[in-house]
Design a protein around this ligand. Structure first.
Ligand code: SF4
Length: 248
């Protein structure tokens, strides 16, 4: 078996309803270089081997439930799926050859312009990218995520050049990344892109805290309140009002 045909999988969800259109088969890959303070999948960070699965094993498992995915498809999430780029290329090549809608849920934590050929290859088999932009202000991004947002913004521009459809997502954490000036700056950045099909503002909730505690770790956002509907509405007004979406 080729090594590119095997992925390090954290878990699989067979009825995903929030990560791409329709009902989706979601593969969560193991490993993430970011360290988001609000991470609700803290147990995906380690790159240690969890469960190895081949492209064929995943496809065969998907096929057991395929009648559910007629208007959906497969989404690969994480962790950070781009960390296993060669495997992702092989996986999506297989699914696209079977006419299945493919989607990546990424924070672009390991986008590398020097590997653009490989990223272009992956995009040949990718129908939609769900791109998390966690904080447009780079200094605040370093605090919230543990590193710069340069790769994230470069990846957004790269996808725009290729004309790949993108659904941006912004987890809104009160008092952490809901500053109005930062949201206006984010809007200005989104306005420079011509490939956005959807913008989501996701209100922060603390459901991920339990995983940190189960791992014996201190939750960095302990005590930070959850986002209200009004918080989300204010951010949506800034990010979405009058936005020129890509025509599908
Ligand atoms: S990018 Fe996703 S998986 Fe990685 S730390 Fe952030 S929220 Fe967690």
């Amino acid at each position: 078996m080729k090594v590119d045909n095997v992925g390090n999988v954290h878990s699989i969800e067979t009825f995903g309803a929030f990560d791409g259109p329709g009902v989706r088969y979601i593969v969560f890959l193991q490993g993430c270089p970011f360290k988001c303070q609000f991470c609700h999948n803290r147990d995906t960070w380690s790159t240690r081997t969890n469960k190895l699965m081949s492209v064929d094993e995943i496809f065969n498992d998907f096929s057991k439930y395929k009648s559910f995915y007629k208007t959906g498809g497969i989404t690969v999430s994480g962790g950070e799926p781009l960390l296993q780029l060669p495997f992702l290329i092989e996986l999506f090549k297989k699914f696209k050859s079977e006419g299945i809608h493919t989607c990546i849920d990424t924070s672009a934590a390991c986008y590398n312009v020097r590997e653009n050929d490989k990223f272009k290859e992956l995009m040949k088999y990718t129908d939609l990218v769900l791109l998390d932009i966690k904080q447009i202000n780079d200094e605040k991004h370093k605090v919230l995520v543990g590193s710069s947002n340069k790769k994230v913004l470069d990846f957004a521009k790269f996808l725009d050049e290729l004309g790949v459809k993108v659904n941006t997502r912004h987890v809104l954490v009160p008092g952490v990344n809901d500053d109005l000036d930062d949201l206006i700056t984010l809007r200005k950045f989104l306005d420079t892109l011509n490939n956005i099909v959807k913008i989501d503002v996701l209100g922060y909730h603390s459901k991920g805290q339990i995983k940190w505690e189960q791992m014996g770790l201190t939750y960095p956002l302990d005590g930070v309140r959850e986002a209200t509907k009004d918080d989300v509405k204010i951010a949506e007004n800034i990010l979405k009002s009058g936005f020129k979406y890509m025509q599908e």
